[in-house]
Every structure is written in C-alpha cells, then in structure tokens.
Design a protein around this ligand. Structure first.
Ligand code: C5P
Length: 241
C-alpha cells in the first residue's frame, strides 16, 4: 500500500459545508475520510453521500455499543449506505460483534455490494493506565488491548482500532492480515490535544500500522493541503526505514 492510501482524514467538523470544503481540498491526495459522532449527529447520511460524490471512501466511526439485536440492525443500515469501513466497541462482547458481522454480510449480499470492513474499537487512545484502573478493568493497557483485539478476531471482524504503540504486539499476536487502524497520530509539529498514547506518522508507518487516522493536525491547520503533504511524506519515510 502506498503512503497516501494509508492516511484517513477525520472530518471532525460540525457542518456539511465545512466537511465538504475539506474533502474538496484534500481529495486529490486522500482516498478515505472518517465521519465520526459530531458530523454524523449533525447531518447523518448526507455526510456519507457527500464524501462518496467526490469518489472517496467513507470510514463511519460511530463506535456501536448496544445489545446484539440493536447493533445488528444498525450494522445493516450502515452497510446499505455503502461505507468502506465502520466501527463497533469490542467491549460490547462476542455476541454483539458476531451479530454485527452476520448482519453486515447478509445485507451486502442482498444488495450485491462489497461488505464493509468491520473494525473493533479497543481501548481509546485518549486513555492510559490510570483510566484503565478507574474504569475497573484491573489490568494493564496492553493486556486489555490484546484481549479485546483477540475477541474481535474471534468474532470475525476484519481488524481493530488501537494506539500505534500497541501495533508491534498486536501484529505478532494476530498476524499480517488483521487490519490495524490507528488514531493517536501526532506529527512533531502539532499539539497532542486529548490524545495520550501517540506516535508520529513516521514511527507509526515504521511499526506497521495499516491505516493512520489524523484529525486535528489536518482539519485545524492553516493550510490542510500542506499538513497532508507533510504527513504523507513522513509516512513514506517511515515505510522506507
Ligand atoms: O484529532 P485527532 O487526530 O485526535 O482525531 C482522531 C480521531 O480518531 C477522532 O475522530 C476520534 O474520534 C477517533 N478515534 C480515536 N481513538 C479511538 C478511536 C477513534 O481517537 N480509539
């Protein structure tokens, strides 16, 4: 995969107009845009249609977490939108994950469209050891991530979302085919924000991340095209180390 195919830009903005401005600017360089809770809450499937109109793929990051029946029904609707990938929380458990996989496959088959990639969200990249303790998980960050990633694979998901810092361990445990998608990417020239378990684009590419998700360092940059260009260059450097 080439450096620019590995970059996913998070459209974390409140309106369709702002999202379209970013997509129209970046679509010559970026092929996948992530729609998350803010944009989807504000304009729903219109945001998905807008990105698709530009010929780009959609990563719908709604982090589904509910009883199996509800998540399966949502998974069917999301699959029908023609997105390329979507997320669900591994903490929802094996039955919920399996129900979503089955629902997405059935819906894709019925519509004659490709099945989206299903990605399990492990431990959010904004959490660290103290949060894990206070949530009551009573173990280490890497143990939670590894355990949840194993559950995701057992349920038939295509991959997981995790911190780039966990990629080496996950790759060893889960093999080369399992897709590892990583937010918590911070170039040396941008602020951390609320992210805690971070890496630079260069390091993330070097440890073998499949897809790098970047939001604020791009969408809040004075020049988003320049920010993307720099990040793609850093990914290239990481791949060639
Ligand atoms: O602005 P920033 O680069 O931190 O954006 C990261 C994006 O990835 C956000 O849209 C956030 O919701 C998402 N994300 C995350 N950690 C996860 C899963 C998704 O930061 N574990």
């Amino acid at each position: 995969m080439q450096a620019n195919d590995k970059l996913i830009v998070a459209l974390d903005v409140p309106t369709l107009e702002e999202a379209e401005e970013i997509v129209s600017l970046l679509v010559p360089l970026v092929g996948i845009f992530k729609i998350g809770l803010q944009l989807y809450s504000s304009c729903g499937p219109k945001a998905v249609e807008m990105v698709q109109r530009y010929g780009a793929r959609v990563f719908l990051d709604l982090k589904l977490h509910d009883i199996p029946h509800t998540v399966a029904d949502a998974g069917r609707v999301i699959t029908g939108l023609g997105v390329g990938m979507f997320t669900l929380h591994v903490a929802g458990g094996l039955s919920m994950l399996r129900a979503a996989v089955q629902a997405a496959r059935e819906e894709a088959l019925a519509r004659g469209i490709p099945c989206p990639m299903l990605l399990g969200v492990t431990l959010l990249t904004s959490l660290q050891v103290e949060d894990v303790r206070r949530i009551g998980l009573g173990t280490s960050v890497i143990d939670v991530v590894q355990r949840w990633a194993g559950l995701a694979r057992e349920a038939g998901l295509d991959g997981v979302v995790a911190s780039p810092r966990e990629v080496r361990v996950l790759r060893l445990a889960l093999g080369p085919e399992f897709i590892l998608v990583c937010p918590g990417i911070r170039p040396a020239w941008s602020g951390l924000g609320d992210q805690k378990r971070t890496m630079t684009p260069r390091e993330a590419a070097r440890v073998g991340v499949d897809y790098l998700v970047v939001g604020r360092p791009i969408v809040e940059a004075d020049d988003p095209v320049q920010a993307v260009t720099r990040i793609i260059q850093e990914i290239e450097e990481g791949l060639s180390c």
